[in-house]
Design a protein. Structure first.
Length: 186
């Protein structure tokens, strides 16, 4: 396996994306990586998101293109659903369409998470468990937390009851769909 040094990666990113609008720079780096290493397609999409974030001066990259890389925007309309690959005619257009869809999905998700966080904060005064504040802090700051979590002021039985209460109040959701080793989040 060939590894790129950080200096080489920066030079490649600047050479491919230099002066282009952000979506086209992202498409160019993805195409460059796939052309160089066809077995590194997921890395190419990750780098495309990185170049996009750098071009737009975002503090950190978001997995916008990577999350949609195999989505409908990369399917040709007249080609029987054939996948559009780098170097093909509509590749840059597909990247732009993908960014639009991904940004809309991210905004919808952010709105939903914001509403759920507000609901969690609204029900917080109704919770009487001593460790409820720690659990609420974790739910607001982590993607998912274990249902068997035991903060210092909460036994595992109290934690189970707290998560059941949060579910009853529709302030937290069980994410795993299992009866054992459950994961909770907004």
């Amino acid at each position: 396996m060939t590894r790129l040094s950080p200096t080489c990666a920066r030079r490649s990113t600047k050479r491919v994306s230099g002066g282009r609008p952000a979506p086209f720079a992202a498409a160019a780096i993805a195409a460059h990586v796939v052309t160089t290493r066809p077995d590194s397609e997921l890395l190419a999409w990750w780098l495309a998101d990185l170049v996009l974030a750098q071009s737009l001066r975002w503090p950190r990259p978001l997995p916008l293109i990577m999350a949609q890389a195999f989505g409908p925007a990369f399917r040709s309309e007249g080609g029987g659903g054939k996948r559009i690959r780098s170097g093909e005619k509509d590749f840059e257009r597909a990247v732009c369409v993908t960014l639009v869809h991904a940004a809309a999905d991210a905004c919808r998700l952010a709105g939903e998470l914001s509403r759920r966080a507000e609901k969690l904060l609204a029900v917080a005064p109704k919770l009487r468990a001593k460790g409820a504040g720690d659990v609420i802090f974790l739910l607001l700051n982590e993607d998912a937390i274990s249902g068997s979590l035991t903060p210092k002021n909460l036994s595992r039985f109290a934690a189970r009851r707290l998560f059941e209460r949060l579910q009853q109040l529709d302030a937290a959701r069980e994410l795993s769909g299992r009866t054992s080793f459950r994961l909770f989040g907004l």
